[in-house]
Write a protein that binds this ligand. Structure first.
Ligand code: MRU
Length: 349
């Protein structure tokens, strides 16, 4: 069992495991207000679509706690805006903020203490549901993971990227837990190395057999070794199934298609954005040049050479074999199945 917690409510603060320091140091930070949470999301103390959604919900709980009664609603609107500006691509962030604010608007007549308690309980609900949803994704995913499978995974989609358990890495972890003999190739995931640092850290603790490869190795690994499937997470899935995920995902999907390897996306329905038709409309975050130009503290790109640092890319739906959600496995064409999966979530609440 993993013995860490990505995020935790202490009663007066949001405690975050500082993912920038892993795997060498385990450091927790206690955050006391919404701007601090927004900054922690921006700087990737906490990262991964479901985890940043839950963190933002607790950011609103902090804002409610700190605001005087007469300013409570205004303070919540302001905090929601600050949190929305932290990172643009993962729709779970906007989904979680909207879910809390819908609750606030529907109950605005409550007194301040009742409203504060309501915001906190909604944040707790988002966090708890995330863990349950991930376990359902893990179970649905098993029909796609044969015993003895060799799997390629990109980025980090495990406990660290969620409140607990994980999405794509949850499917992998569950396969191992129920006794399937699997082996996982972990893309290192340049430039921030979520695969090499975070996924390897998690699979190490869980005892899941794995090997770290550089991102550019996946094609040759598929040629040289038997690879049965690729599985990745998602930051935003458009209504047509186009999927934004960590930069390099699209390349992996193309390589998988070239080798006839199935390519799966695992994500909660909170990652599906039916308001946008295709991946062309997904806002893609660009991050600072130093993430690419420097390896650790050393600059490796010559001064004066420009860098383009897209944090995410979009994999077109036609390269995705299936999308695993908590409502079941959705196959192409995706429009109807994704809409049904989202409906089943709202009906369940
Ligand atoms: O920039 P990051 O580390 O937040 O990107 C994370 C990813 O791209 C994950 O694959 C995605 O958020 C799904 S996590 C369950």
């Amino acid at each position: 069992m993993t013995h860490f917690r990505t995020l935790e409510w202490t009663g007066s603060a949001l405690r975050l495991l500082d993912q920038r320091r892993l795997p060498t140091e385990t450091v927790y930070l206690d955050l006391g207000d919404a701007p601090e949470v927004a900054e922690a999301i921006r700087t990737m103390v906490v990262r991964g679509a479901p985890a940043i959604g839950a963190a933002a919900a607790y950011g609103l709980a902090l804002a409610a706690q700190r605001a005087p009664a007469e300013r409570l609603l205004d303070a919540l609107e302001e905090a929601a805006e600050v949190l929305r500006r932290s990172r643009p691509t993962a729709v779970n962030l906007f989904w979680a903020i909207q879910r809390v604010m819908d609750k606030v608007h529907a109950n605005h007549a409550l007194d301040a203490d009742a409203l504060r308690a309501l915001v906190l309980s909604e944040a707790h609900a988002i966090a708890e549901e995330d863990v349950a949803v991930n376990k359902r994704i893990a179970q649905h995913g098993q029909s796609l993971v044969p015993d003895g499978a060799t799997i390629i995974h990109h980025c980090n989609t495990g406990s660290l990227a969620t409140v607990d358990y994980g999405t794509a890495l949850g499917v992998i972890r569950y396969a191992h837990e129920i006794g399937k003999r699997i082996h996982v190739y972990l893309d290192e995931t340049r430039p921030r190395l979520q695969g090499a640092k975070l996924s390897a850290w998690e699979l190490n603790q869980l005892g899941v057999p794995h090997t770290v490869i550089v991102d550019g190795a996946s094609g040759f690994v598929m040629r040289r070794h038997k690879v049965d499937l690729c599985i990745v997470g998602a930051d935003r899935i458009a209504a047509n199934g186009d999927t934004a995920n960590k930069i390099g995902t699209y390349n992996l999907a193309l390589v998988a298609r070239a080798h006839g390897v199935p390519f799966y996306v695992a994500a909660p329905t909170s990652t599906i954005d039916l308001s946008i038709r295709s991946g062309d409309e997904i806002p893609i975050e660009e991050r600072g040049a130093d993430e690419v130009a420097c390896v650790g503290a050393t600059r490796v790109v010559p001064e004066g050479s420009p860098v383009l640092n897209y944090a995410f890319d979009v994999t077109p739906a036609h390269l995705i074999t299936a999308i695993i959600t908590e409502a079941g496995v959705v196959y192409p064409p995706y429009e109807e199945g994704l809409a049904r999966a989202v409906r089943s979530r709202s009906e369940a609440r």
